[in-house]
Design a protein around this ligand. Sequence first.
Ligand code: SAM
Length: 278
Amino acid sequence: MKLTEMKQILTSGQIQLTKSLGQNFLHDQNQLRRIVAAAELTPADRVLEIGPGLGPLTELLLEKAGSVLAIEKDRRLADFLKKHFATAPNLELRCDDALDYLRREPRDWSDWKLVANLPYSVASPLLVELAGLPGCPSRVVVALQLEVARRLVARADDADYGLLSLLVQLRYEPQGHFKISADCFFPPPDVESACVVLKRREPSLLPDELRPTFTRLVKLSFSQRRKMMMKLLKQDWPADKLGAAFEQLGLSPQIRAEKVSLEQFVQLTKILEAGRKA
Ligand code: SAM
């Protein structure tokens, strides 16, 4: 779908774009194809697309994947898509808030890939929600704010490392990211954009039942970035257990969360959970 076609659809449908819904449509064919290529789609794949907009990505996904489930919040766009893709039997379209939908209708997404140019304001909660599900998608290829992309791929000690990096990387290995310039979108967004590629870890770093402990651990640890992590964790764990666990991992009692790697948080979860049961 070219920019002229997008503008014509919006004009003829008298659709005024809604900034709060992050309606910046991707019209650059090279970037759209790059996103689809990164998804490594085959006809056996099922794709979840959040925020299809006017469908420029949807039409490429339908060419490569077996089926697409697209969730669009804006009724005007969903109505347009219904007519535009009326003859596409492999597209299921929902007019809904994607975050509400994911929470309301839990399902196993483990055989699915998430491929989308996400609404930027809800990109982080959407990814955290999916990464927290027992059956999370096998691959995630999403365009979002560059700042969020950097947090998603950050490692310990990087400026962007934090809660989002850890909650998502527990389930996904970052495979890289590429920038998308603002003029590839209509209208150009005020912020910089990038596409991130994430691959689900096989096997999982932690069993499902330890994930709540990991989440509590990293949330507490990053609740006050400048504070010593051990002090923050004392709200939930006895000092002697923490002392022994930190020593076992060779972590200084003075260490701050931003210096602790994903692997160390995983080990700490296992040790503290074993200590709780003992
Ligand atoms: N995929 C299209 C493209 O690349 O041109 C549109 C992407 S645009 C960045 C984000 C889209 O998500 C918009 O169509 C917007 O209406 C929709 N949207 C915003 N919030 C949403 C939500 N909570 N659930 C589902 N769709 C949402």
